[in-house]
Design a protein around this ligand. Structure first.
Ligand code: 8IG
Length: 270
């Protein structure tokens, strides 16, 4: 892979951004959000949806592979007059479409003008105090995918990747918010209990299948990143009950109103 081919990924994002500007009538967005498992309801509280696009109609996007994920891209006008691009669809690494597909939404968001990126996800928690439905700020990540969204000699500093400024701002909204280190596994299987212990030993407290690759791509294009996880289940072996996707969805639904309001308040203060 040569560095010049890497440019194709950004050309594709620019094309998608042009389509979004045309179809939404919004030439520039200020902030973008990626809504993961459990976060789908948040868009409605952030503001007024002024346009809804089917993700599959936007160049380079594909249909979501996961039940509980929404395949739309919305333009939302906040009370404060900010334009938010809400990506309800995310391509996961485990879909096998490659890292470019995984971060296409992030690069598109940047190409629409968004300077801030809010990454949300549903994940497993290693801290037994985090009962299902607990939102946790992401303070850092460990990328266990053995992949990078960057190509060629693209050296990017990842210090303070998950903006401490934005985490402070979130804690102004809700001082009870804990923070954790997110380990991105490839999935689609959940971890074994031994892998969860491994994640714990290397410093992780959240385990999931997204976010880290997207955060790296966002930093590369200069966005300020805010990450927040919804712990929908205790990671395998932390409690003695097995994991089910149904439980994950139910925990998300139960926590929906609280985390949506939280996210809306944070967006209002950006
Ligand atoms: I929701 O326990 C959700 N996503 N890797 N592990 C991983 N991903 C997840 C989990 C989990 N829960």
């Amino acid at each position: 892979m040569t560095v010049s081919n890497f440019q194709e990924a950004f050309d594709a994002a620019a094309e998608a951004a042009n389509y979004i500007a045309e179809q939404t009538g919004v030439p520039q967005h200020d902030v973008a959000l990626v809504l993961g498992s459990g976060w789908g309801a948040a868009a409605d509280l952030i503001g007024e949806t002024t346009a809804t696009l089917q993700a599959t109609d936007v160049p380079g996007f594909s249909a979501p592979a996961v039940a509980g994920h929404v395949g739309t891209i919305r333009s939302v006008l906040t009370k404060e007059g900010k334009r938010a691009l809400v990506l309800g669809a995310r391509t996961h690494y485990y879909e096998g479409k490659g890292v470019r597909a995984v971060v296409h939404g992030v690069r598109t968001a940047a190409a629409t003008g968004a300077k801030t990126l809010v990454l949300t996800n549903g994940c497993g928690g290693l801290n037994p105090a985090w009962t299902p439905g607990t939102p946790v700020l992401i303070s850092d990540h460990i990328n266990l995918t053995a992949a990078s969204p960057l190509e060629g000699a693209t050296f990017v500093d990842l210090t303070d990747l998950y903006s401490s400024r934005l985490r402070d701002l979130a804690r102004e909204v809700d001082p009870s918010l804990d923070e954790g280190i997110y380990a991105q596994f490839t999935g689609p299987h959940y971890e074994t209990p031994a892998e969860v212990q491994y994640a714990k030993h290397i410093g992780a407290s959240l385990v999931g299948m997204s976010t880290a690759l997207e955060a790296i791509a966002a930093r590369h294009v200069g966005m300020e990143v805010f990450g927040i996880s919804l712990v929908t289940n205790l990671a395998a072996g932390i409690s003695d009950t097995p994991l089910s996707h149904q439980e994950v969805i139910e925990a998300g639904e139960a926590a929906g109103p609280r985390i949506s309001a939280l996210l809306a308040e944070i967006i209002g203060r950006l």
